[in-house]
Design a protein. Structure first.
Length: 56
């Protein structure tokens, strides 16, 4: 009977570990997307800012 509870605890620990890894993976992907969108926004701001400037 004791080995069943041990197996159950190990299984729960493994599930928590897998969940933590998937959350970490999603966080990395979100950070990457924020970086890409931020870089595109900065390029757009610089491009439109230089086009709208009237030097003369």
């Amino acid at each position: 009977m004791r080995w069943k509870s041990t197996i159950r605890e190990l299984s729960a620990e493994a599930r928590l570990h897998l969940y933590a890894r998937s959350v970490s993976r999603r966080t990395k992907a979100s950070a990457r997307h924020i970086g890409i969108y931020g870089a595109c926004a900065l390029i757009a701001v610089l491009l439109f800012g230089t086009l709208s400037a009237h030097p003369f």
